[in-house]
Design a protein around this ligand. Structure first.
Ligand code: PEP
Length: 254
């Protein structure tokens, strides 16, 4: 497995945190701390903060992501935002299928698939989240679950389009709990996903695919997780809200 084929992506998921003014301030604090990063740096902000984030990141190496997207272009879908809208204002990335969307907002593998399709059609880059819940891990079906989630989400995605997809392996039991997967557990599942991509798209595409780990990654444990051969970065929630902590994670990748 050749890790040098991939540039790590460190993405912060701010979840439902920060006003536009707080967004500008946090980005101002973060920008100098990550200016020499060897990884790609992304922050996924609430919809109302996107304009402020785009403005505040101008001229920096920090890219902006939305945290969700609807699959239709426009229409009677109150409260939703389309991929075309995100593209129109210059948002390059979107997070799709986060476990909080699956847990609290009825997201299913099928709706994830529709959102992935819409995002790719609009030319967005996707951070696709997959991961098992605790009962599934205890039941020994982690591999089965993450393979199924990934295969359904990627149905119809071509090898060319896969270049615009980052997969985030996020065990649900590790998100926001302070309980991190061990580096071995994280790597094992990232490797399972890479094997799946090899089966679906060929070894070269799989070797080039970025597969992140997410789940209570922080400034203390990031280096060991990111050093794993199949872990190409992280999706970070809580620790991405503190510039100094997020910067340590960013600078641990490379
Ligand atoms: C996340 O929101 O994707 C996440 C991994 O959160 P945390 O780092 O807080 O566990």
């Amino acid at each position: 497995m050749n890790k040098t084929l991939r540039t790590p992506v460190i993405a912060g998921n701010w979840k439902m945190n920060n006003t536009p003014d707080e967004t500008a301030a946090l980005i101002a604090a973060l920008t100098p701390l990550v200016a020499n990063a060897e990884s790609t740096v992304v922050i996924a902000v609430p919809f109302v903060d996107i304009a402020a984030a785009l403005q505040a990141t101008l001229g920096s190496n920090i890219a902006v992501a939305a945290q969700n997207v609807h699959w239709e272009t426009n229409g009677a879908f109150t409260g939703e935002v389309s991929a075309q809208m995100l593209k129109a204002i210059g948002v390059p990335y979107v997070v799709i299928g986060h476990s909080e969307r699956r847990q609290y907002f009825g997201e299913t593998d099928v709706t994830v698939q529709k959102r992935v399709r819409a995002a790719l059609n609009a030319g967005l880059q996707v951070i696709l989240c997959v991961g098992e819940v605790l009962g599934e891990r205890k039941g020994g079906i982690t591999a089965q679950i993450v393979r199924a989630q990934t295969e359904i989400a990627l149905a119809g995605v071509t090898a060319e389009e896969l270049k615009s997809v980052i997969i985030a392996y996020e065990p649900v039991w590790a998100i926001g709990t302070g309980e991190t997967a061990t580096p071995e557990q994280a790597n094992e599942v990232c490797a399972i996903l890479r094997d799946l991509l090899a089966r679906l798209y060929g070894k070269d595409a799989a070797d080039r695919a970025v597969i992140q780990y997410g789940g209570s990654m922080n400034d203390q444990n990031a280096a060991e997780l990111l050093a794993q051969p199949d872990v190409d970065g992280g999706l970070i929630g809580g620790a991405s809200l503190v510039a100094e902590k997020f910067a340590v994670i960013v600078n641990a990748a490379g």
